[in-house]
Design a protein around this ligand. Structure first.
Ligand code: GDP
Ligand code: MG
Length: 170
C-alpha cells in the first residue's frame, strides 16, 4: 500500500523574482502574468512521487515581510525553494542571507532547500550566469534548477518533487 506523507514547503526570494508564477506554473501548467505582489497564499497539492502519495503544502511568500513573519514561515516549513531572478543580480545576492536565516532558525537541524534561478527565457537580459548559479549551489550543497515560469522550461515539477524527496529522506 502506498504511504501518505505531508511535506510543507515555503518559497522564498526577493519580491518580483517570480515565486507566485512558479507555484502557479507547477500547479496548473499555466503562466499568469500578474499577481498581487503583496499577497501570500498557501496551496495544497497531491502528487505521487516514487509510488508514494505526498500531500504538499506550498507557502508562496510575498517576499516583503518583516523579520517576525519571515521567521514564522521558516519555522512552519520542512523544505524551502530559494528563488532568484537571472536578470536581477540583487536577487541572487539575497540568496545567501536567506540561507543564513534558515540555518539560524532551523539549527541544530540541517535545512533542506533547493536553489532556483527563474526567468531563463530572458537570456538577453541575464545578469547571473548559469555557472554562477551552479557554483553557489555547490557551495551551499543544494540542488540547482534554472527555469522559466513563463515558458515552463527547466522542469519546475521535478524541482519541487526533488525537494519533497529530500525532505522525506531527512
Ligand atoms: P513574486 O513577487 O516573486 O511572486 O513574483 P511574481 O510571480 O509576481 O512575478 C513578478 C513579475 O515577473 C511578473 O510581472 C511576472 O509576470 C514576471 N515573471 C515571473 N516569472 C517569469 C518568467 O519565468 N519569465 C518572465 N519573462 N517573466 C516572469
Ligand atoms: Mg508573489
Amino acid at each position: 500500500m502506498a504511504k501518505t506523507a505531508e511535506v510543507k514547503i515555503a518559497i522564498l526570494g526577493r519580491a518580483g523574482v517570480g515565486k507566485s508564477a512558479l507555484v502557479v506554473r507547477f500547479l496548473t501548467k499555466r503562466f499568469i502574468w500578474e499577481y498581487d505582489p503583496t499577497l501570500e497564499s498557501t496551496y495544497r497539492h497531491q502528487a505521487t512521487i516514487d509510488d508514494d502519495l505526498v500531500t504538499m503544502e506550498l507557502l508562496d511568500t510575498a517576499g516583503q515581510e518583516d523579520t517576525i513573519q519571515r521567521e514564522g514561515h521558516v519555522r512552519w516549513a520542512d523544505g524551502f525553494a530559494i528563488v532568484y531572478d537571472i536578470t536581477d543580480k540583487g536577487s541572487f545576492d539575497e540568496v545567501l542571507p536567506f540561507k543564513n536565516l534558515l540555518d539560524e532558525i532551523k539549527k541544530p537541524k540541517n535545512v533542506t532547500f533547493i536553489l532556483v534561478g527563474n526567468k531563463a527565457d530572458l537570456d538577453h537580459c541575464r545578469q547571473v550566469s548559469t555557472e554562477e548559479g551552479e557554483k553557489l549551489a555547490t557551495e551551499l550543497a543544494c540542488a540547482f534548477y534554472e527555469c522559466s515560469a513563463c515558458t515552463g522550461e527547466g522542469n519546475i515539477s521535478e524541482a519541487f518533487y526533488e525537494l519533497c524527496r529530500e525532505v522525506r529522506r531527512r
